[in-house]
Ligand binder design. Structure first.
Ligand SMILES: [Zn+2]
Ligand SMILES: [Zn+2]
Length: 432
């Protein structure tokens, strides 16, 4: 019975229906790209702008939204009505919006029309949180300014109030306000800043591709290094590595490093954090790794106090380099264990432990809502794909988006370090 339940809950379609029609980022992104490509073909001159939740980089997406100048309304609607992958939802439409659904995915899409002179005002209103829109400027809120004044671009709107342009991801009505006023916003991390992959699995544990295949995939995508982190011995369900297998993998890494230089494979492990907070091997094995990711994979039923204590004990372990997926959540599927995140972040700051933004679109954990606090406390973050196959290395894009929402920069990102820099970072941590 339990097995049957698990099978159902592993089916993404089940959760799509179950969780009030919210979608993971890759699915929403693919739909948006399909529509963009289709309209580009049908109307090559169409100025089409993505707005809404996807542009703002939320962890899950309810619906897609685009903005088009009013002059293109007739031709755009005609093209949309002819798109084989869309179903119009006439009752939801208005004079200024076409509304429909993606036939295969079920996600709603709204295409709004506005005067060319108001493109910036409307794009802004559709791509900022209520809190950001509610910020008072003299006698008006930002929303009222956008409603009553015409701006052709969002840049012009921010310029009119004397602010620096705020990227859509950051418009949450929090730390970005003062920074934008002071014209001191950070230069946000981009996918191009990521120099190497940390947190990936191979066929040694539950990955689909061999260590060499994973390394070759990293090389092909222009990365300088791969920090391989298969599961540790307690994760028997995921093919966790016995001490003997660890030694075997280390020998293979040495051999591959000699062949693949200057590319570098770092010897890592994703060590289970056991129920009492300890790591999964004794020191004689732990000291052989270049770095250790410590993660909880079992025993989720804990009080917040117990979960926090368990995490902090692992963070205080001198062998822990990175805290993996800090809450264990699976978006649209399961809540994580309850964590007193302020305390966990403080412990990471005190013990010089990096926090992972797990970039798998089911996780996005550390959540963007905590990114700013971690950065303010001086904690470094690492954008990790947790790849179980070479095809999922590109998941780092979702983690980068999550980091950008919290104002993450390249200089605060562990795997934006070059191969030499990260090698000396690991060495310094190990000798402390
Ligand atoms: Zn994990
Ligand atoms: Zn993992």
């Amino acid at each position: 019975m339990a097995k049957k339940h698990k099978k159902t809950s592993n089916n993404p379609c089940f959760f799509k229906r179950k969780r009030e029609g919210r979608f993971h980022l890759p699915e929403a992104t693919l739909c948006a790209q399909e529509l963009e490509k289709y309209l580009q073909n049908a109307l090559p001159a169409l100025p089409l702008q993505l707005v809404g939740e996807l542009r703002q980089g939320y962890e899950t997406i309810q619906s897609l939204a685009f903005l088009v100048p009013l002059a293109y309304k007739k031709s755009t609607i005609e093209a949309l009505e002819n798109a084989p992958f869309l179903q119009a939802d006439a009752p939801q439409a208005s004079l200024f919006a076409w509304v429909g659904k993606f036939a295969h995915a079920g996600i709603t899409v709204e295409v709004r029309f506005t005067e060319e002179a108001r493109m910036g005002s409307e794009a802004f209103m559709l791509s900022a949180s209520p809190k950001h829109l509610g910020i008072p400027i003299k006698q008006k809120t930002l929303l009222q300014i956008a409603v009553t004044e015409n701006f052709a671009t969002e840049e012009a709107l921010y310029e009119s109030i004397g602010w620096q342009y705020v990227p859509a991801e950051m418009r949450e009505g929090g730390f970005e306000i003062d920074l934008a006023r002071q014209k001191n916003l950070p230069t946000l991390l981009t996918v191009q800043d990521i120099k190497g992959i940390l947190h990936a699995h191979s066929t040694y544990s539950d990955g689909k591709h061999t260590l060499e295949q994973m390394a070759q995939a990293c090389i092909a995508q222009g990365f300088g290094y791969l920090g391989i982190t298969d599961h540790s011995k307690s994760a028997a369900y995921a093919g966790g590595l016995s001490e003997g297998r660890v030694l075997q993998q280390i020998a293979e890494i040495d051999k591959l490093n000699a062949q693949l230089a200057p590319f570098r494979i770092f010897k890592g492990i994703e060590s289970d954090i056991l129920a009492d907070g300890s790591l999964d091997y004794d020191e004689s094995i732990l000291q052989k790794f270049d770095f250790v990711i410590a993660s909880i994979h079992g025993g989720f039923k804990m009080t917040p106090e117990k979960a926090t204590e368990r995490l902090i004990k692992a963070i205080e372990n001198p062998y822990t380099t990175i805290l993996g997926h800090p809450t264990g959540r699976l978006l649209l599927r399961r809540e994580g264990y309850p964590v007193q995140m302020e305390k966990v972040i403080d412990a990471c700051a005190q013990n010089n432990v990096v926090i992972e933004i797990n970039a798998n679109s089911w996780r996005l954990d550390l959540d963007w809502r905590w990114v700013r606090l971690a950065l303010n406390k001086g904690v470094m973050l690492s954008v990790n794909p947790d790849s179980h196959s070479r095809d999922s290395l590109s998941d780092i894009q979702w983690g980068v988006l999550t980091g950008r929402k919290g104002g993450l920069t390249a200089s605060q990102t562990l795997n934006a370090l070059t191969t030499e820099e990260i090698a000396s970072y690991f060495l310094k941590k190990a000798t402390k």
